[in-house]
Design a protein around this ligand. Sequence first.
Ligand SMILES: O=C(O)CCC(=O)C(=O)O
Ligand SMILES: [Fe+2]
Length: 165
Amino acid sequence: MYVEREDELKSSLLQRVIARMHHAAKIPERLGEKLQIARYQEGERYEMHHDSGPEVGRARPATLLVYLNDVEKGGETVFPLTREVLLQCRPIHHQGDQVRYGVDHCCHVQPPELLTIQARQGRAVLFFNHLDGKKDARAVHASCPVLAGQKWVAQRWFQFEKTDL
Ligand SMILES: O=C(O)CCC(=O)C(=O)O
Ligand SMILES: [Fe+2]
């Protein structure tokens, strides 16, 4: 769910959290989208994707994730570090005669070239989605399925400065 601006204005706690997110990212508050809070139940995951581009309808130079709880098992955020691993982790891919399915498979195999961040309360992940004016393929990421418990995460996406040019 998204935190609406009017709710943000009613809560000094939310305002402090948001201010802190922007301070950590060194990005002014005017460039933040609405805060999103997501909950994953057991078995839920988020397949490989890029946070910026026509497919999401937004140009987002950076993303900040903050985990709101310790996930008992699973729920890691993962970034493939090589093209091979990226291909292995895509939602559907063929391996010989077999079809393998996405991040579920990928998180299970845990290849060493899969950068894996455990969801721990208060831990934050900041990443940049563009490089030299293009989308940076290294920003492709996913959430592994939650295997036990729940996962709560707050996300702030940052937009580019608008110009009148
Ligand atoms: O939950 C995560 O670890 C990542 C979520 C995510 O990538 C997204 O919502 O864009
Ligand atoms: Fe994302």
